[in-house]
Write a protein that binds this ligand. Sequence first.
Ligand SMILES: C[S@@+](CC[C@H](N)C(=O)[O-])C[C@H]1O[C@@H](n2cnc3c(N)ncnc32)[C@H](O)[C@@H]1O
Length: 295
Amino acid sequence: MFELRLMCPEDRVELLSDALDALDALSVSVEDADAQTDAEQALFGEPGMPPPKDGWQRSRVLALFHEQAQAQSALQLLQAQDFFAGCELLGIDHVPEQDWVRLTQSQFAPVEITPEFWIVPTWHEPPAQARVVIRLDPGLAFGTGTHPTTRMCLRWIARHCNSAALSRVLDYGCGSGILAVGAAKFGATDVDAVDIDTAAVDATDLNAQANQVSLRAGLPEMVSGTYQTVLANILATPLKVLAPLLWSRVAEGGHLVLAGILERQADELKAAYAPYCALQVADQEDGWILMTAAR
Ligand SMILES: C[S@@+](CC[C@H](N)C(=O)[O-])C[C@H]1O[C@@H](n2cnc3c(N)ncnc32)[C@H](O)[C@@H]1O
């Protein structure tokens, strides 16, 4: 295969990507051309919020074609368009054949949560010291155990194993279902996992089956009654909006466990939850914090 690489200013990215699609590119991807340089202007957005800007100030647009001649003729057609002004050819390069499946798999090693608790992809054997294992392959839904927010929630679950905290558990924003599966593996008998994304609900069902645990996965409307533990690893903005709902689901004597919060967001989270409970920082990793409250 051949990769056509173009540099493109912010206001042309969409036009150029659409044109490459129309010219039968096998795939089109866009990268921040200034990433990890002094000129980088990173864009941070949150789900459900409008993007802060349409694109980076300069983007690298990469399009794959089967044949070199296809890439060259796509370039010629683009160069004849008005919108190509300000864009620039970086090159047309041969992309060597690779075993993409093996390459992707090699990037996902088993993840240690505690010395005895591991997340292990199906193509790996669990480490000898693992006593509790979640079998999980990367998929469409968030939550493979590689993110600090997920790991902190799982550590909290491991610390509370065999306690009343893990009787009835709610995983709110379940993604892959990793927290719900983890809670079930540590003895939770009644686990609900909900997400606004139906792909996450499907992934959670499949991951529960693969790990031979029983839980109920569904949309947030499925939540009913109260829970000894309510886990929500989302992001600061939705967590603030969800404060009354999440707290109302915590049973007497139960715990609220929140993640997806940056260290600098601790005070705003405490303020948002102050009418209901006193959130405390319970763990931290790589600039992210875990906040908890007991009822
Ligand atoms: C960061 S992922 C966490 C996935 C998993 N629980 C983990 O800990 O790795 C957040 C998930 O929350 C879901 N989500 C976002 N806003 C939500 C909301 N208002 N209600 C329910 N789920 C939401 C997203 O679809 C996503 O799957």
